[in-house]
Design a protein around this ligand. Structure first.
Ligand code: NOJ
Length: 762
């Protein structure tokens, strides 16, 4: 069956429905208008349907639905051979021969898996993010994909939320920069490029603010916070030209995003000028009944289309009810036409009318081995992974390690090829990922000895294991070591005793930092805690390598580890990259894109919180100030923090002028010096503080950063231009304004270690 369909596809070398080359808006509009004139209502509604391959219907039925013009696009297929027969059904068998598009969750790599987004964000390097998205697009398009449901740019300030791992952290400015960088990478010069995929920015909007960090929960937020903190990254993605936007599953101030006319029409389209296609999240239209804003599927379909949801993902309501709703006059034809226009417009922009097979290619060109090594981009993945690692502690220069002696590599995540890929690992194959154990072995070669012991399971909680194995993975991915915990521990301790150094990998299995994986604790599970304590008791140097997708509470680890390295989930080449850092072949320069709390009770700990009337002040009595009395205030590790194998100093801030005129600019500069023994990179961060304004402003806000490499002993001046735009904020009327008055410039190497100087905006 597959073979004959593949052959038929190879005969289709020119499109049946040829559109002009993408580019000219007039041509596009005329082409789509002409096509729409020939479409029946049912064919139009068919375009609004996005089908989940494997979940919605069996393949034979899907082919018939496509041929009947009842499918606009699909997602979850990952090879040209899978997509070709589907496209054949659309462009050879359907009446109007409108191509379908193929999408997938290509979030941090397609076949070559890059670090999770939170890891990429730790690089503070836009080029790395753009390049990882570019490579993902090259690989995904070579697999016949036209679009990705990425970047995910939800601001995450509550690490209980499992999807913290998927985003770029807590800061509006930094996440917005990454949103732009990713869209640029995915779409290349244009989403029509044969090696580009269209980016769908998600999840619009405010999904990261679900109450209590509990996934799918409600969001209730003041307009000021929304505009100032949570909306900018989506806007940045849209402004960067993202062709699509995925709508969030949560409600926003009482109205589900999926039925939120204000969000989708007034804000996104009218105010931001978004011209692309919107797609619901998985089943979200049907879920409007569960939200309790629609009494049944019919009402759900009406609310969603009226609000501006163009495509329905894995939902039945549009197909079932839109025809009747239109005929009954309850949904105006202009709403259907508007949605269809956007879907066809997206296909036009993907270049599919010009050539529906532009990414699928011809059958005879299909790679003989879809998983071939030659299809991977290992060097780029290793480089990105190295840049994503954050050194949190390094007592007495424990790191870098010498390539000699015996190293005990221990821990449930030390040899975990699935986990190191992180969640949403697209078409990545665990058999191709390099674990920490492999990375250490490769680095050490014959110059030292490696002993390995698992030491513990990620968790001994059978309920948690059952939960994680119930996810939609291909097979149960947590395979418990059946030995008794004590036996595993004893083996690990014996291995440690016979070694010169312990490298222990602990954290979360990847499913613990995923959709639907909210946690009530941010500490390491008990099995791993016991392992760390037993290893500590050996007295051997203890290097703790963390693998996790959210900030954890690491009080014990901070005090007891000789070195602590945050590696997130570092991807296909993770093991090599981590070994590069452990042995000093690469000097770490990553910085945290999110604050690490001391304890769960302390969250939220985001650095740029609004000013308050009774702030805690270090060194002053804490009574009647805003803090928790049992614990030291402030995060364990602040936003922007990360160590290097060398040291840096930052001079006082110099300003080109103590005053800025309206519409003017000033320069702020510091001299950064590498005062340590080795060459290294660091990230110089610029924060601004509005001293007094018409509304309460954050204590400080990141407004710029520069990553620079300095040779040992080298000093360099770093200059930032500050203009009036950087002083703007949303006032009580939601106007974006800069108000005259005093400001403080802060420059430093993390959000706390800063030098500051004031200036005035006249
Ligand atoms: C649900 C997730 O929320 C979304 O991020 C993803 O793109 C879709 N499923 C499709 O897999």
């Amino acid at each position: 069956m597959l073979v004959s369909l593949a052959l038929s596809a190879s005969l289709v070398c020119s499109p049946v429905l040829a559109g002009p080359a993408p580019g000219h808006a007039g041509d596009k509009n005329a082409f789509i208008a002409d096509l729409m004139k020939r479409m029946t209502l049912d064919e139009k509604i068919g375009q609004l349907r996005l089908i989940s391959i494997g979940a919605d219907m069996p393949q034979p039925r899907l082919l018939e639905e496509i041929a009947a013009g009842r499918v606009g696009g699909t997602f979850n297929s990952v090879t040209p051979a899978e997509n070709r027969p589907l496209q054949d059904a659309a462009v050879r068998r359907s009446r109007l021969k409108i191509p379908i598009f193929f999408a997938y969750d290509v979030v941090h790599g397609h076949r070559t898996i890059f670090p999770i987004s939170l890891g990429l964000a730790s690089s503070w390097d836009l080029a790395t993010v753009t390049q990882s998205a570019r490579i993902a697009a090259i690989e995904a398009s070579a697999d016949g994909l036209d679009a990705t449901f990425a970047p995910m740019v939800d601001i995450a300030r509550d690490p209980r939320w499992g999807r913290t791992s998927e985003g770029f952290g807590e800061d509006p400015y930094l996440v917005s920069q990454y949103a732009r960088a990713s869209v640029k990478g995915f779409q290349g010069g244009s989403p029509a490029g044969a090696d580009s995929v269209m980016a769908f920015v998600k999840h619009f909007a405010l999904y990261g603010a679900v109450e209590g960090g509990r996934d799918y929960n409600t969001v209730d937020m003041s307009p000021l916070r929304m505009y100032q903190d949570y909306l900018p990254p989506y806007r940045a993605g849209v402004d960067a030209g993202a062709g699509g936007v995925m709508i969030a599953l949560n409600s926003v101030n009482g109205v589900p995003a999926t039925s939120n006319t204000w969000l989708l029409r007034d804000l996104l389209r009218k105010s931001w000028g978004f011209k692309g296609v919107t797609v619901s999240d998985h089943g979200a239209i049907d879920e409007l009944t569960k939200h309790g804003v629609a009494k049944d599927g019919r009402e759900a379909a009406r609310l969603a289309i009226r609000a501006g949801v163009d495509m329905s993902m894995h939902d039945s309501a549009y197909l079932a009810y839109l025809p009747g709703l239109v005929k009954a006059g309850e949904v105006p034809m202009r709403d259907i036409d508007g949605a269809v226009r956007e879907v066809l417009g997206a296909k036009y922009d993907m270049g599919l009318f010009q050539d529906p097979y532009r990414r699928i290619g011809k059958a005879e060109q299909d790679p003989p081995d879809i998983d071939a090594e030659s299809r991977l981009h290992r060097a780029a993945a290793r480089e990105a992974a190295r840049r994503s690692l954050v050194l949190l502690e390094n007592r007495a220069q424990t790191l870098p390690l010498k390539k000699a002696g015996t190293i005990a590599v221990i821990g449930p995540l030390a040899d975990a090829p699935i986990d190191i890929m992180g969640s949403w690992s697209a078409a990545g194959k665990s058999g191709q990922s390099v674990t920490l154990l492999q990375g250490v072995r490769d680095a050490l070669g014959a110059s030292g000895r490696v002993v390995y012991a698992r030491g513990a399971n990620v968790t001994d909680d059978a309920g948690v294991v059952g939960y994680l194995n119930f996810m939609n993975w291909d097979k149960p991915e947590i395979v418990q070591d059946k030995r008794a915990p004590d036996e595993m521990l004893a083996e690990a301790v014996a291995a440690a005793r016979g070694a010169d150094t312990i490298v222990v990998a602990v954290g979360e299995s990847r499913g613990m930092s995923h959709e639907a994986s909210s946690r009530t604790s941010l500490s390491l599970p008990g099995s791993q805690d016991a392992l760390l304590r037993a290893l500590k008791a050996t007295g051997k140097p203890l290097v703790v390598v963390l693998m996790n997708g959210r900030p954890l509470t690491l009080g014990w680890e901070k005090e007891n580890a000789d070195a602590l390295l945050e590696t997130w989930y570092a991807g296909t080449e993770g093991g090599h990259a981590i070994a590069d850092v452990l042995f000093g072949d690469y000097n770490p320069a990553g910085k945290l894109p999110i604050s690490f709390p001391r304890s769960l009770g302390q969250i939220p700990t985001y650095y740029n919180h609004p000013r308050i009337g009774r702030p805690y002040r270090p060194g002053e009595p804490p009574n009647y100030t805003s803090q928790y009395f049992e614990e030291q205030p402030g995060p364990l590790y602040p936003f922007g923090y990360g160590l290097s194998y060398t040291d840096f100093s930052v001079s006082e801030v110099a300003l080109s002028s103590p005053a800025m005129a309206r519409g003017g600019r000033i320069e702020a500069s510091v001299t950064v010096k590498n005062t340590g023994p080795r060459d290294g990179e660091t990230v110089v961060q610029l924060y601004l503080r509005d001293v007094a304004a018409s509304v309460v402003r954050p204590v400080k806000e990141l407004k710029g950063f520069r990553k620079l490499m300095l040779k040992a002993g080298e000093a360099r001046e770093v200059r930032f231009t500050i203009d009036e735009d950087m002083l703007k904020f949303f006032n009580a009327q939601l106007d974006y304004v800069a108000e005259p008055g005093d400001f403080t410039v802060q420059i430093g190497l993390d959000s706390q270690a800063v030098r500051e100087r004031g200036f005035v905006l006249r």
